[in-house]
Design a protein around this ligand. Structure first.
Ligand SMILES: [Fe+2]
Length: 388
């Protein structure tokens, strides 16, 4: 995350005495990535964030995955999945590999305090609103937002009551997810060709200033889940600054790049992570060459598995496929895919498309999790057959 922010009170010089009204010192914490060599933030706590009162193993159900074999394109109807739990415990694993876990959640409860110490999370909000509370303060979110949570950020999800919370979650299993490097200058500023910029990224708006004792936090590490009881509430931060913090980016602020002929998926790229990219497909004008074919060409993704989450719209290239809002398609490497029959002709002469979809391409094969098997529409592989 390249954009410097500060919130609350901090001393004028880092690593110097910063005193409370009663004369005592605030505790400075550096949260830094890649061994002090990448993005970091300095946080100032009322109390030491290190005081652990208890440590306990938490038994958690591991959602085992199995290979996509025989190799098939897949379609998962996520709205068929059981609703319940909270934005962390209610996750159904759809797909996963060694780099990322992709899950779907539909729920209406607030979460407990959680720290994912395995990798960054990007949570795309399909429906619902609320706030992500963290050591960095309150981050409001709503439908269409990507909520980006850096690894190890202690946080909890507080949901507004009015509607079910629905979200697609990409959880890196190590490493960090952020804006593509090619969008950034050498010093980290968004360049003119980027489809969004600093003004579109929203950070925490106010601090929580909670001074309580003995607070449980669930900590997820590659080895499993542990419950830490901290002597002092981690949300006792009075100020922070730096380039590492949770933020939101609304898909509605993604400015699509269009051309005379069909533009390839990299123009839709929004984030990059370890062996994965995340792209946004938004409403846009179609190609304007007089003989343009707006539907995408058929393609073989030689080095990637392609996952698309269909949020809303008319999904122009998926006529007759059964794809609906909430659908997730998987087009794996080794499978050539493209528009369903009739979609290419039907696209000619169209002025534009109204759609919202999120694509996650992974560079290693994805396995299928219990949520995927539970939600599968097993007829999808045959929807490219003419006259079906
Ligand atoms: Fe594709």
């Amino acid at each position: 995350m390249p954009y410097y922010r500060r919130l609350g009170d901090i001393p004028p010089k880092r690593h110097t005495q910063f005193r409370k009204p009663d004369g005592g010192l605030y505790t400075e914490e550096l949260m830094g990535e890649e061994g002090f060599s990448f993005d970091s933030a300095l946080l100032y706590h009322l109390n030491p964030p290190t005081a652990l009162a208890s440590i306990e193993t938490v038994d958690s159900e591991v959602q085992e995955t199995s290979p996509n074999h025989p190799l098939r394109p897949r379609h998962f109807r996520t709205h068929k999945l059981k609703e319940g739990g909270d934005p962390i415990t209610g996750r159904h694993v759809l797909l996963a590999n060694a780099d990322v876990t992709i899950s779907y959640v539909a729920c209406d409860q607030d979460s407990a305090l959680f720290r994912n110490a395995t990798g960054d999370e990007v949570v795309y909000i399909e429906e619902g609103s609320g706030r992500l509370e963290s050591v960095f303060g309150i981050l409001p979110f709503t439908s269409g937002d990507y909520v980006v949570i850096p690894a190890t950020t202690i946080h909890r999800w507080i949901l507004d009551d009015d509607t079910t919370f629905r979200a697609l979650v990409a959880e890196a299993r190590g490493g960090h997810i952020g804006p593509p490097r090619r969008y950034l200058s050498r010093n980290g500023q968004f360049l003119e060709h980027a489809p969004y910029c600093e003004r579109d990224l929203h950070g925490p708006t106010e601090l929580l200033n909670i001074d309580e004792e003995d607070v449980d936090v669930l900590v997820k590490r590659q080895s499993g889940i542990t419950r830490f009881t901290f002597r002092h509430h981690p949300f006792d931060v009075v100020g922070w600054d730096g380039c590492l913090y949770p933020y939101t980016f609304s898909i509605h602020d993604f400015e699509p790049i269009t051309g005379r002929v069909h533009q390839p998926p990299p123009v839709h790229q929004t984030f990059e992570g370890p062996n994965l990219v995340i792209c946004s497909f938004v409403s846009r004008k179609f190609d304007y060459h007089p003989l343009a074919i707006p539907a995408p060409y058929h393609h073989s993704n030689v080095d990637s598995d392609e996952v698309i989450f269909y949020h809303e719209g008319n999904f122009m290239s998926r006529k007759g496929s059964g794809i609906e809002p909430g659908s997730v398609s998987l087009h794996p490497g080794g499978h050539t895919h493209g528009p369903q029959p009739g979609s290419v002709e039907a696209s000619i002469g169209k002025e534009g498309t109204e759609e919202l979809a999120v694509m996650i391409d992974t560079f290693r094969p994805l396995e299928i999790g219990p949520g995927g098997w539970d939600a599968e529409d097993d007829k999808y592989a045959w929807t490219w057959l003419e006259g079906r």
